[in-house]
Design a protein around this ligand. Structure first.
Ligand code: FE
Ligand code: CA
Length: 532
């Protein structure tokens, strides 16, 4: 095993191979153990992760960062110089004795020395363990899985879904308790980071004390979150499906429109930096998701045997602007009535963009899964917000701002006879359990899908008194509560889905305890949540 003199990068460009000596690095000169740097600080400071399980493989992720919060833009994560070889091993046992696959990839400067190893060709439906090494350093051992074979009979699956983990306002005890439950997968529904800082009194601080707005500050924001031990352990031991919401870039952005009315070309540069930093820190497939300027594909579909198919959506990158976007002198969401903003009901408006809508509708029509989960960022149910003057307002940033798009989806689920459609979401910092109606203006119309929204990991809850006062106008809402932080744990079997709303005692307590707020069941063939 010699030191490579020329390294072939992912893009196929030949690159001079010497890794240079930088912060925390010294040249590797020891024999045939593992080529690469002798580290003075742990380069696996951000942990390891796996994601996107398919029947013959998954993605493994890590990022070399001996100084994870480096303030020097020239040395992201404390790294400098060229590509660094990173070896990986995949085993069939937790002690890593029965190695089934090993290889070496190169961590590249243009990816902030992150690696995304796309594994294929493994047997379906079994657990695997994995670890990385680079030079003198070795990562901890992680656990992942291959998905069951397509259409294989699967009697049961458990998954968690999570959203809205503001590092400043709480500890990640909810992530810790979810890890302890060891679900098969975890679905991240957005607001994984918050780009802002110091807006409310918190328990800890975003390290740089700035609003993330360029590549260095977004990178360091993700890196800081990933130094959290509870989040590291979740990623190391539970494979992830990933999508995003707004705070991965900026509050309430829509495609190229910012909340702060930036020039769209300028905002797209910021979005490009934010998307790139997201890519660099997430276990997503490079073949699908490697960013191209301000464009990055995250929407995707994952099936687990014959039991469940996930359509993971992107609710931000392709959406039409919020209705009456500029009206209140700030971009983003606001409440509008039919009289104040007729544009909201324009049939050409889309939450997903037409390409993603077509992709979603085709996938739902073709699915043979017993359960079809639509995983996305924001509240989908119709929500009538009675205003002080008695009129009805609708929030323009969630699906209430895109009612024509929601109506097309409900009609399609109905017409294509999509089996057991269940929508999961985040963003609202509250638990919801809702009927999704074919016609939102007729409570007698069929319920065609079920919606569950999970509360935040830490972020402060939505206004409980205001939302509660709106519920009498929204009888399709079975449950709403914003007063607790936590996550949802879903247990799926062919005949029923159980959704446990798990809550922690106090997000300000690093040792917070766990309890269950409510349990809901959805029965096979009957849309709508039933309290268990
Ligand atoms: Fe949020
Ligand atoms: Ca949000």
């Amino acid at each position: 095993m010699g030191h490579p003199k020329i390294l072939l990068t992912r893009r196929g460009i030949l690159r001079a191979g010497a890794w240079s000596i930088g912060a925390g690095l010294a040249p590797a000169l020891i024999g045939c153990v593992a080529p690469g740097p002798q580290w003075r600080q742990n380069p696996f400071s951000l942990g390891i992760a796996s994601g996107d399980p398919v029947p013959d493989g998954f993605v493994l992720w890590t990022r070399l960062a001996p100084d994870p919060l480096s303030a020097d833009p020239a040395t992201p994560g404390g790294m400098t110089g060229g590509a660094v070889p990173v070896a990986y091993e995949i085993a069939a046992d937790p002690q890593m004795l029965d190695i089934r696959r090993r290889g070496t990839v190169f961590a590249l400067p243009e990816d902030a020395w992150s690696v995304h190893v796309e594994i294929g060709g493994l047997p379906a439906g079994r657990p695997y363990w994995y670890r990385f090494s680079a030079g003198s350093a070795q990562s901890s051992i992680g656990k992942t899985m291959t998905a069951p074979a397509a259409n294989a009979a699967l009697p049961r699956m458990r998954f968690g879904f999570v959203s809205c983990a503001n590092y400043e306002v709480g500890y990640f005890s909810a992530y810790r308790h979810l890890t302890d439950e060891q679900p098969d997968i975890v679905v991240f529904l957005g607001d994984y980071i918050y780009e802002n800082f110091g807006r409310r009194p918190g328990v800890r601080r975003h390290s740089d004390g700035v609003v993330a707005s360029d590549l260095r500050t977004y990178r360091n924001r993700y890196a800081q979150y990933r130094t959290d031990a509870d989040l590291q352990r979740l990623h190391a031991t539970v494979p992830a499906l990933m999508t995003w919401d707004d705070h991965e870039v900026q509050n309430d952005y829509a495609d190229d429109l910012s909340e702060t009315f930036d020039d769209p070309a300028t905002f797209l540069k910021r979005r490009a930096a934010a998307y790139r930093a997201f890519y660099e820190h997430m276990p997503v497939r490079p073949s699908l998701s490697h960013p191209d300027g301000p464009t990055m594909r995250v929407y995707d579909r994952f099936a687990f045997g014959d039991l469940i198919e996930f359509s993971v959506l992107d609710g931000r990158q392709y959406r039409s602007s919020q209705a009456c976007y500029a009206k209140p002198n700030h971009g983003g969401g606001h409440a509008e009535t039919d009289a104040s903003c007729p544009e909201r009901r324009d049939g050409a408006r889309s939450m997903l963009g037409m390409a993603q809508e077509t992709w979603l509708f085709d996938g739902l029509a073709a699915s043979r899964a017993k359960w079809n989960v639509i995983a996305q960022d924001v509240l989908m149910a119709d929500l009538r917000e009675r205003q002080p003057d008695g009129t009805i307002g609708y929030w323009t940033d969630d699906w209430n701002g895109y009612p024509a798009c929601r109506a097309r989806l409900m009609q399609h689920i109905h017409d294509a006879r999509v089996r057991n459609a269940v929508v999961i979401g985040g963003d609202n910092h509250a638990f919801w359990a809702n009927d999704l109606k074919l016609d939102v203006n007729d409570q007698r119309s069929p319920t065609v899908a079920t919606e569950f929204v999970g509360t935040s990991i830490t972020s402060f809850g939505s206004n409980f008194e205001a939302y509660s006062s709106w519920l009498p106008d929204n009888p399709h809402v079975h449950f709403y509560d914003s007063r607790k932080r936590g996550y949802a744990l879903v247990d799926v079997a062919p005949e029923r889905m159980n959704v446990a709303m798990r809550v922690i005692s106090d997000a300000a307590d690093p040792n917070a305890t766990l309890s269950t707020l409510r349990n809901f069941v959805v029965e096979n063939g009957r849309a709508g949540p039933i309290e268990a």
